[in-house]
Design a protein around this ligand. Structure first.
Ligand SMILES: *Cc1c(COP(=O)(O)O)cnc(C)c1O
Length: 367
């Protein structure tokens, strides 16, 4: 926390704005809009998952539709597709960014159209903060006239060619869950290019109340609006967002400096200066063919032994039991990343002592 969060929360109590609306919600949305260069409109909601759900509704995704979704991600990218009764069509990653492969995306679109159904939306994800190849993905989306809903839950502060992640698609979702680069304890935001979409999102997020003196409804609504208390935390967090990005990137630099020399250990890396990652999490790949047999799990267990938490990368959605019947386009890129990848401790509060302890444990496994 920055320390300023409680000031904004106190304000909410003092003015009795203890509700899912109020000055903190408005100001937090304005802060986000300003941070993102004023190129999108913002609706603060209860979670990133809720933002993705609203995004799909706005794109007209209904039962029996298909939605293209990056396979290598957290389940929250795909679950809202199911909330709508639609089917996720999973797309593999490419090895440079670990995000959606433009080649497999196009292959998937062509094949789905051939099979009789054009997908309604594309959900690219910016894993661990790394921007995807958005020029290529956007060109394909434009060619086939399919809208993009960015899952930017992990990428607040990241940019591609100087353009902030979350401002490429027609719509985008941010998350402020407890583990994200900034947090409101739980929360999210829907970003939209058009003000009309945000007006509609607001209507749906507040129970779809028609303009009438009584309670009247012509559509199904949701209770998705962010609370004014939670938004107070968000306002305090926005004051330290640039610092948080700096801290996460510094962690990443430290690990690189001390671990890059290890044969067979590589990092998720910005492919060129076009990519700017907030490096929410620093992630590594251990290639047992080059490490002389040391595997990801060896590193994971050695860390656990030293009471240091690390985590395997996301298990691809096409390998998840709950999505096993969904179509998948790709080969083994995300599978191999899952087999060999590990997220290192990456919190903003890590001190050099902590980082050096992690490095020491990893180095001890290699000669
Ligand atoms: C955290 C996360 C979400 C969901 O956000 P919540 O606020 O936890 O609902 C969605 N997608 C990705 C990639 C995430 O990391």
């Amino acid at each position: 926390m920055s320390g300023r969060e409680q000031h904004f929360i106190q304000n909410a109590f003092d003015t009795n704005w203890v509700a899912p609306l109020g000055p903190n919600v408005d100001a937090f949305e304005k802060d986000l809009k300003t941070f993102l260069g004023n190129s999108v409109y913002v609706e603060a909601v209860v979670s990133g998952t809720a933002a993705l759900h609203l995004g799909l509704i706005l794109l007209g995704v209904e039962a029996d539709d298909e939605v293209l979704c990056q396979s290598f991600t957290f389940s929250a990218s795909a679950n809202p597709i199911r909330y709508q009764g639609a089917t996720p069509v999973f797309v593999d990653s490419e090895p440079d960014t670990w995000n959606m492969s433009p080649e497999y995306l196009e292959e998937a679109i062509r094949d789905r159209i051939k099979k009789g159904k054009k997908p309604k939306a594309i959900i690219p994800v910016y894993l661990y903060g790394m921007p995807a190849k958005m020029d290529e993905i956007r060109a394909i989306a434009n060619r086939y006239e399919i809208s993009i809903l960015e899952d930017a839950a992990e990428a607040l502060g990241s940019a591609y060619k100087g353009v902030p992640c979350g401002t490429f698609g027609e719509l985008a979702a941010l998350s402020f869950n407890g583990n994200k680069i900034i947090t409101t304890s739980g929360g999210g935001a829907l970003l939209a290019k058009s003000e009309e979409n945000i007006r509609k999102a607001h209507f749906l997020a507040t129970q779809a109340r028609d303009a009438a003196p009584h309670y009247q409804h012509s559509e199904i609504g949701y209770n998705y609006r962010m609370s004014n208390i939670v938004a107070g935390i968000g306002r305090g967090q926005m004051e330290v967002l640039p610092l948080r990005i700096e801290q996460r990137r510094k962690n990443n630099q430290y690990y690189r400096k001390h671990l890059s020399a290890i044969e067979g250990l590589t990092f998720q890396t910005e492919p060129s200066n076009d990519f700017f990652s907030n490096y929410w999490l620093t992630s590594i790949i251990i290639d047992p063919e080059k490490t002389g047999g040391v595997k990801r799990e060896d590193v994971h267990l050695a860390m656990e032994e030293a009471n240091i938490e690390s985590r395997p990368l996301w298990k691809p959605m096409h390998l998840q039991p709950v999505f096993s019947s969904c179509p998948y386009y790709g080969e083994k890129v995300s599978e191999s990343l899952f087999d060999n990848g590990l997220c290192l401790p990456s919190g903003s509060v890590l001190m050099e002592d902590d980082l050096s302890r992690v490095v020491k444990v990893i180095k001890s496994l290699f000669r």
